[in-house]
Design a protein around this ligand. Structure first.
Ligand code: ZN
Ligand code: ZN
Length: 384
């Protein structure tokens, strides 16, 4: 569960860039989404327990009975077994389930090639894609209403980020860079139900799909993205709220010790820095998270945004930028702090706490993202 939550946190600490407004306005979304599942690879295997059809860009059509084919990237295109195919190549399994490197995926594949590498893209309906995403972002054993809240968030994130890999010819990748997607093997009944019961629902503000950022544990109050990512215009739904629901969370408080040498090495990548003598918190956000840190070293002083420091050093070990203390002693740096993640948007442990108290997913979402609405999107069959 910890691992899954951290992935969720890491997914969302980047700026979200929108370039095509029509894609995140309501009512204009393709039913299918293109997910890059193997990016820039030289070889792969595809297979099916039933027959599958391969259609290449020259119109060549191959029908395979059940089995596995080896894909290899060659100068002219790609080679499957002994056939040379011109990209893009479409792969359609007769039973709608295709294996890539022995892992099952629902829907079809598109295989593209750029120079010497190929990219395998899984094409499937957004609602089916979400079933492979939600269990990676939240513990499937959590109460139903918390799972439904996460399903709406993951759908909202998907719609808002359909342009993220536009240059590479697909919508989203299957890693922490976008949302972790496990295909069919990642699916769990409870989260499948959460996706179904929130069918098409997304969070909106002024008729636009919102930036539904979230984190694992806020430690008492969520924060504004102003202090984390330096945003200037803060939407009202991300201004921060009191969260009295995550006090039982595992990382309400945490501590971690790192070698001074390790921190020095990380900071030296972009800064000229001597031996670290002291690390001071410089300014606090309204939620008592650190705004900045001052690193006093043998050559002088270095100022860094506290959140940036955390992600630069190790966001897995330094769980948050809400520090209770930072002590440098005997070549070690002792960190103590509260919460887990960037503190912006929904607090997942808080959502679980609310669900445990009988709150519905709608109440949970509108609490953490005030002034938003939960509205259905409509899917269209064809691409724009
Ligand atoms: Zn990505
Ligand atoms: Zn919280």
């Amino acid at each position: 569960m910890i691992f899954k939550n951290v992935r969720g946190i890491l997914i969302l600490f980047m700026y979200i860039v929108f370039t095509c407004k029509s894609l995140y306005a309501l009512g204009a979304t393709n039913r299918n989404v293109d997910i890059g599942i193997c990016i820039d690879v030289s070889s792969a295997s595809i297979g099916c327990s039933k027959s599958f059809i391969i259609l290449d860009n020259s119109g060549k059509k191959l029908k395979f009975s059940k089995g596995v084919g080896s894909l290899e990237c060659i100068t002219k295109g790609i080679k499957i077994n002994n056939y040379i195919l011109y990209t893009p190549v479409k792969v359609t399994p007769s039973n709608n389930i295709i294996f890539v490197n022995s892992k099952p995926y629902l829907g079809q594949l598109t295989i593209q090639k750029s120079k010497t590498k190929m990219t395998i893209i899984n094409v499937l309906p957004i609602e089916e894609y979400l079933k492979g995403v939600v269990p990676k972002e939240v513990n499937p054993l959590w109460p139903t209403e918390a799972l439904k809240a996460q399903a709406v968030i993951s759908r909202t994130y998907t719609i808002a980020n359909l342009n993220k890999h536009k240059e590479q010819g697909f919508n989203l990748c299957s890693t922490t860079h976008c949302q972790v997607y496990g295909g069919l093997s990642g699916q769990v009944h409870s989260t499948n139900q959460a996706v179904k019961e929130t069918n098409k629902e997304v969070l909106t503000y002024e008729d636009k799909v919102i930036q539904a950022v979230f984190h694992a544990t806020c430690g008492g109050r969520t924060d504004s993205p102003r202090y984390v990512w330096g945003w200037k215009d803060i939407p009202p739904y991300l201004k921060g709220v009191k969260c009295g629901y995550c006090h039982k969370a595992r990382y309400k408080t945490w501590e971690h010790t790192l070698d001074e040498h390790f921190i020095h090495e990380k900071l030296s990548q972009n800064n000229k820095i001597g031996k670290i003598k002291k690390i001071k918190v410089k300014g606090k956000t309204p939620t008592k998270a650190a705004k900045g840190l001052e690193i006093i070293h043998s050559e002088g002083k270095l100022r860094l945004n506290a959140y940036k420091f955390r992600t630069l050093i190790d966001a897995w070990k330094i769980k948050s930028h809400t520090f209770d203390s930072i002590e440098v002693k005997n070549n070690k740096v002792y960190f103590k702090g509260k919460g887990w993640g960037h503190k912006v948007g929904l607090c997942q442990e808080g959502a679980k706490g609310m669900a445990d108290k009988g709150k519905t997913y709608k109440k949970i979402l509108l609490y953490f993202y005030p002034k938003t609405k939960i509205e259905p999107i409509s899917y269209r069959e064809k691409k724009c």
